[in-house]
Design a protein around this ligand. Structure first.
Ligand code: PLP
Length: 460
């Protein structure tokens, strides 16, 4: 660990003793002391006290401008007034009934207005909706295999948790990457039904369809790979996938858990002009409450109507999450708000770029809608394997350095990205950039000192 990083971590420890103690206590009862592995990092995670608009406080009383925003689930920002009002009302009227109600149709209408789908079902998380989408695709085609991309994340079910963060020795051929389980407990039969290809490599996808003729039910992908910082599809890649799927009778599933709300008013299909067969939504559509949705054409969704595919869930369309979702679609994800966050996004990305140039950091800034990331690479990455060539300690220097200057620049982990909320202000962006300007010379110096010797880490 280089000196400057060591110093930043020492400062972090000095600023957050209550988080250290809370984590120590939590370790007694909760594996890793956290409720999701993604929340765990060394030396210990920050324990949060509260949040309002674009800022949060930790239990030591430090304030942060928050661009973590619950791993991108809060484009609304904390406690958006419209969401709070809608939720408060429902809390007094009954939260969950396990019975249909009129808000279901209303929210389904909102979704069908924005995204190219005709019918919708709801759930509570991204994992849930990508799981149902894969199952429906299997039922629709009578095929078992799902094609996913190396390094992509679609949640925690058996089909999704394959080749999320494979290690270099497990990779295999880039045109036919190995299917690597993302931990124990995933049946071999499940792994055998997940075929892996390389992002931005249409040849690898074609190769897989040739290898398994008539066996691949669907291609599932994030239109922008956001489990490797932020990796854009190269021109023609998404349309190429569309064509391959159509030619081979497979469904194209856009996992828009992140991009659906945050990329544009109409998500990735509007942004890129490519129409998938199914869309999965979660995170920012719920305004901070657990809400997911998947949708497709009437023909595909009718598999549920005809009792050919089963779908259910006790908490589906609970009134609180639905009220939050409706308020979010109607009062948060508005065209005016997209214009506001776009302006802030330009300012943040341009500001980063200027500072990177000024201090001579070898890095670039990736940006898509309200998301963006400082990418510590000399040139644009195109896939998961490119992403692994990062100097992890330099990234940690960046992240802890920003935290110590009052900015959660993004969630912890170098595979994440910033989110800007509709409640962030120009002043928040100014403060964010001032923190980076203060830190950047030390980062550039460390990078020069460390050279390329430390590059090539990755993995959680
Ligand atoms: C693209 C994508 N799909 C699915 C998921 C899973 O969502 P959840 O954590 O709500 O289960 C995530 C979560 O980060 C995600 O980023």
């Amino acid at each position: 660990m280089h000196d400057a990083l060591q110093k930043e971590i020492a400062t972090y420890e000095k600023r957050t003793p209550k988080s250290a103690a809370a984590h120590k206590r939590a370790l007694e009862r909760i594996p890793l002391g956290v409720a999701s592995n993604y929340r765990h990092y060394e030396p210990y995670p920050i324990f949060v006290k509260d949040g309002k608009a674009g800022r949060i406080h930790d239990i030591d009383g430090n304030e942060y401008i928050d661009h973590n925003l619950c791993f991108g689930a809060l484009m609304a920002g904390h406690g958006h007034p419209a969401v709070v009002k809608a939720v408060e009302q429902k809390l007094h009227e009954g939260t969950t009934f396990g019975m249909p109600h009129e808000q279901e149709w209303e929210l389904a209408e909102e979704i069908c207005k924005r995204y190219p789908v005709e019918m919708v079902r709801f759930g509570s998380s991204g994992t849930e909706v990508t799981m149902h989408a894969c199952r429906i695709a299997r039922a629709a085609t009578g095929r078992d295999k799902i094609l996913k991309f190396e390094g992509s994340y679609h949640g925690l079910h058996d089909t999704a948790l394959v080749s999320v963060k494979p290690k270099a020795e497990e990779y295999g051929d880039p045109d036919a990457p190995n299917s690597v389980p993302g931990g124990g407990g995933i049946p071999k039969s499940a792994i055998a039904n997940v075929v892996v290809a390389s992002f931005n490599n249409l040849g690898s996808v074609e190769h897989r369809f040739k290898q398994y003729p008539g066996e691949i039910a669907a291609v599932i992908l994030e239109p922008i790979l956001m489990n490797v910082g932020l990796c854009m599809p190269q021109p023609g890649f998404l349309q190429g996938l569309r064509d391959i799927c159509t030619k081979n009778g497979a469904l194209l599933i856009f996992d828009e858990v992140k991009t659906g709300a945050k990329l544009a008013w109409g998500g990735a299909s509007e942004f890129f002009g490519v129409k998938p067969d199914m869309i999965c939504l979660a995170k920012s559509i719920g305004g901070g409450l657990p809400l997911g949705a998947f949708g497709s054409s009437r023909a595909v969704m009718d598999l549920i109507s005809q009792h050919k595919v089963f779908h259910g869930g006790t908490y589906n369309t609970n009134r609180v999450a639905m009220a939050a979702g409706l308020a979010t679609f109607r009062e948060v994800l508005t065209r005016e708000n997209y214009a506001h966050v776009d302006k802030l996004g330009d300012k943040l990305a341009d500001g980063y770029r200027k500072i990177v140039g000024k201090v001579g950091l070898q890095a670039y800034v990736a940006r898509a809608g309200v998301n963006g990331a400082l990418m510590l690479y000399p040139q644009e990455i195109r896939n998961y394997r490119d992403w692994t060539a990062i100097d992890v300690d330099l990234w940690r220097h960046f992240w802890f350095g920003m935290v110590n200057r009052g900015v959660l620049a993004q969630p912890y982990w170098w595979d994440e990205q910033w989110t800007i909320s509709v409640q962030h202000t120009e002043a928040d962006i100014d403060k964010h950039l001032a923190a980076f300007e203060d830190l950047a010379p030390a980062l550039a110096h460390a990078q020069q000192q460390r050279g390329v010797a430390f590059v090539g880490a990755a993995g959680h």
